[in-house]
Every structure is written in C-alpha cells, then in structure tokens.
Design a protein around this ligand. Structure first.
Ligand code: TXA
Ligand code: MG
Length: 317
C-alpha cells in the first residue's frame, strides 16, 4: 500500500486508478485530470459533494495554457514568485477541463506543487493530476503517507510515499476580479508574502456559514474528539479539570499537566514550524481517547493566521 515505487504510481494513474501522493502542503488523492472515470472515483472515495471543485496540479508553467486561459498580469507575478509552491490560482478554465473538476464553475484551480516526488511523478505523466487533500470530507488533512493509508486502506491500491509534508497545511487559494486579488482560502503561503508581490489583497469567507468558495465549509479539518479554541488556556483547563483533556500549544509546555497529552507545535516560536506540525498533532491527539482537546489561539500574523483559521474550523463540531 505505502510505497516509493514511482513506476507503479505511473502505471496505476495511466489506468485511471487513483492514488495517494505527496505534496509539500498535504497528501493528495490524485487522478488523471482529463479522465472523468478517475475524477468520479476521487469524489466517491473522498465522499466529497460534487459541488466542491478540485485543484489541478501541473508540472510546469509551460503547460498552464492546457488547463487555463486569459491569465491576469497579477497571476503571472504570483506564479513567477511562488511556483512551484503552496499557492493555488483560480483562473479561467480551458473548455477541455471537465465540469466535474470545476463543479461547473468557469474557473479552474491550478498549482505546481513544490515536492520532488510530486514533480517527478508529474513529469512522467502526459496529463496533470487533480487532487483534493487525501482525507475523508471534513476530516483532518494528511501530512504523512500513513495518515492516507489509515483513511483509505480499503479504497485505494497505493500511497506514494514522499515523507512528511514540509509545509503541513494546504495551499493558499487566490483568485482575481477586475484588478483585485482575492484570497479564498488562507494557507501555507502567508498573506504578507503575497502582498509583497501584488499589494493589498481582499480576504473572503473567513468563517462565513455560507461560503462563496465552495469548499470553505465552517466545519472542516475536524478531529473526532470535542475541540475548543481559547485565548485563556488556564481558565479552560481549570473549568474542565474533571475531564480527560489534551492540549495543543504554541511554544510552551503546560506545567502540572500530563506531558503525553500535550503537543507543543514550535518550541522556538516559529509559526512555519508550528503549521508544519499542526495536523500531525491533531491526528495524534485524536488517537488518545480524550474527552476534549483545548487549543490555544496563535499570534495573528504570518502562518499564525492560517493556523487560527484551521483551529476555528476544527472547533465548529
Ligand atoms: O495544498 C493543497 O491545496 C492540497 C494539495 C493536495 O495540493 N489540496 C487541497 O485540495 O487542499 P482540497 O480539494 O482539499 O481543497 C481545494 C479547495 C476546495 O476548498 C475547493 O472548494 C477550492 O479549492 N476550489 C477548487 N476549485 C475552485 C474554484 N474554481 N473556485 C473556487 N474554489 C475552488
Ligand atoms: Mg481538503
């Protein structure tokens, strides 16, 4: 099931099978972007509603025009600055892109992943790969091959192993309206980095009940365990002292609290490192059979903004 055999991955994808594959953000559930058979399998296995579109992964900028057209100037600037990387662009779709990929929208989501195994795989294929994150709908995204195997052991034949994902949270999704840059999903590329290249951006959908970007449901990234997010850790710990509690923390261990039930995401207070460790910690906490996970709110800059977004969604059980 978990394997580094690239030839096997290529063979399966050429037969319209779907596989788990590594990217720098999270693992994806990948299939031929030009095969409706493969695309349908992805929706089915992920139990994803058909109105939630998929991201197309391409091998290089040269092939962008096979999936998208009318690329705005600011999209060029961003692609130049950040591809390959954790940035997904919403662009006008080519007619050859199936409506199943885009859920009937006239835009297509595209990125070049920055992971050596993903790029090597894409270079051995004659088609791009559509891939949502390789988790069942609403569950925690996978950052290791093992997570994917646990979720889908009966549904897929292979997870191509590329180690632990370096970024650890999904790509940032950006679209264009007139001359404006709109951030649809906060992600592994910080707002500050994007604004350095294209100036101020508009963020939409943050915690809206009725999201405009189809996939931005409030309940998302959820552990099975009850989950709360707080600015006041100590008072929540005191309040729930009769319960079996786990802690998700930024940089400091909580004294007088069971060590094995707490996860510090970055001892050195590095928000990129914290983001990389976030989902793994949620996976581990979820295995501990706790009554409750308490997460502390992260600083509101850099990837702290993305981490808080994911923690807010996880807390909407
Ligand atoms: O980092 C990532 O982006 C990972 C890796 C595997 O590349 N993929 C990922 O895919 O997170 P997924 O399917 O879990 O999330 C894709 C998001 C969804 O929220 C979907 O609604 C949105 O992208 N999306 C896709 N196409 C769109 C479009 N044309 N317009 C608006 N949103 C779109
Ligand atoms: Mg996802």
């Amino acid at each position: 099931m978990i394997s580094t055999n690239l030839d096997q991955a290529v063979a399966l994808l050429n037969k319209n099978q779907i596989i788990g594959f590594p990217t720098e953000t999270v693992y994806g559930l990948a299939g031929n972007a030009f095969s409706d058979v493969a695309i349908k399998k992805i929706y089915e296995v992920k139990k994803r509603p058909s109105f939630n579109p998929l991201i197309v992964h391409i091998k290089s900028f040269d092939v962008l025009d096979t999936v998208a057209t009318e690329i705005p100037e600011k999209a060029h600037l961003l692609a130049n600055a950040f591809w390959p990387g954790p940035l997904t662009l919403l662009l006008k779709k080519q007619p050859t892109i199936s409506n199943l990929v885009t859920a009937n929208l006239d835009t297509v989501a595209v990125r070049i992943p920055n992971h050596p195994v993903a790029l090597e795989l894409l270079h051995q294929l004659v088609f791009p790969l559509v891939a949502p994150s390789a988790n069942p709908f609403t569950r925690i995204s996978p950052t290791k091959a093992e997570h994917v195997a646990q979720y889908f052991e009966n549904e897929i034949d292979m997870v191509l192993d590329g180690g632990t994902c370096m970024a650890g949270v999904e790509s940032t999704i950006v679209g264009f309206e007139s001359n404006k840059v709109i951030v649809y999903r906060l992600g592994a590329l910080s707002l500050e980095a994007i604004e350095k290249v294209v100036g101020p951006v508009t963020i939409i959908n943050k915690n809206k009940k009725n999201p405009k970007a189809p996939g931005m449901f409030l309940k998302h990234y959820s552990p099975k365990t009850e989950f709360i997010l707080t600015r006041n850790l100590q008072s929540e710990i005191d309040w729930f002292q009769d319960k079996k509690v786990g802690l998700l923390l930024f940089n400091t261990i909580q004294p007088n609290f069971e060590l094995k039930n707490q996860f510090v995401l970055s001892k050195k207070s590095d928000l990129n490192e914290a983001a990389a460790n976030l989902y793994e910690a949620l996976h581990e906490l979820d295995k501990l059979n706790l009554d409750l996970i308490i997460a502390e709110r992260f600083p509101e800059y850099g990837l702290g903004i993305t981490i808080n977004d994911r923690l807010e969604r996880a807390s909407k059980n």
